[in-house]
Design a protein around this ligand. Sequence first.
Ligand code: SF4
Length: 461
Amino acid sequence: MEDAARSNVPRGRFDFEYVPDTDQSFESAIAKARDGDRLSVADGVELMTTGTDREGIDIARKEAVLEAADRRRAEVVGDDVTFVANLNNNVTTACNTGCLFCNFKDTAQDFEADSSEDHGGFTKTPEESRETVTAAREMGIYEVTSVSGLHPALALDDEHLEMLEASDRGDLNYKSPSAYDTDPGTYVEQMEAMDVDGLHLHSMTPEEAYHARRGTDWSYEEVYGRLKDAGLDSVPGTAAEILVDEVRGVICPGKIRSDEWVEAMEAAAAVGLDTTATIMYGHVENEAHRVMHLKRIRDLQDRTDNITEFVPLSFVHRNTPLFDRGMVEGGATTHEDELMIAVSRLFLDNIDNIQSSWVKYGDEQGLKMLSCGANDFMGTILSEEITKRAGGEFGEFRSFAEYVEMITAVGRTPVERSTDYRKKREIDPDDPPLGPELGPAADGTPLLPDERASPETVADD
Ligand code: SF4
């Protein structure tokens, strides 16, 4: 019961205004969930905590929540378990934002041409991005996902670069590309480079869009409009973390506030881009914050109707400043993880797809999440740096054959999907070889010649 003892207790040292305390009852919340009624924040807190009337997780109540979520999943999307053939091509690890949950970044100063620091990070030129993406396209991927550090030399485009060069403001997190050993080009140049024949380009989080307009009076619509013209197809709703500012103030004080995140997402929708949405939980926040976050996402979707999936991301604590400084003792418990998936399914009645991230949960628990309300199982991620560098044990590539084996083993139907879920293909496990068919150059051949080979090695060859 160690798990239970740690759950449902406000995560102690922070004097937050919002705590999991309601005048609602668990019984009434679970009844509403079973009936398919829209849940209030208080209802969500009751489900997420398995009742604020008692401490710790009540296992029987937790099972009731998971069961309701699993039933809702079956009603909304059936038995399909989807995944996408995708490549992660992150452009740079240079970042000065200093989020305390992150160990993906390296101090940008270390990347300067005159630095002797051996930082172990990377920056890719647009040409290098294009080579990586082109090779992956030929292997059969459908989507390239690109999320990067906020490199000080990155500007939206040449016009923005000129403005930043001419500015004498010292607060813009800008330094000329000439100061660095590798020039990442502009965001527009990177988008154009990764926009390779027919691939779906999924990039430019709200935080990156903020970086791409710093020092200007350009709206987010202007920024996303230019990026769309350069080849951007959809926007990852990462950098959301927890959309409650008292939590952001602790874990990522250098990031945009929650209102601005929402503003950027609405702008992406306004110019016709699909988005995803995420939550990164299991650090300093409590259950009230998690449900308040779900409410912001549900409200946003009511306005935009462009969120294709919701992705709960369990905080990986190892190698992060939050852990190293003793601000957290670990991440979420398994009970919390399961309840996060289940309550997301029940609360977000306007988002069809809930993702189980095996990179965060591991294979066994990732599969278990498919019976807790999740229906999507991520993608092949031909290259994965972010989780690996934060100490995650479950990074790296996943082949179609492995996907099919895992999904059929739990009695569900493996389905290859497009990024936006509008194209789907049921996979016949008895018809090998098992490879992607939806990508522009996909012909059913497995992505890697030897699917146990290092994806980095193959992708860069
Ligand atoms: S989460 Fe993103 S913005 Fe924050 S430090 Fe890491 S790379 Fe930089």
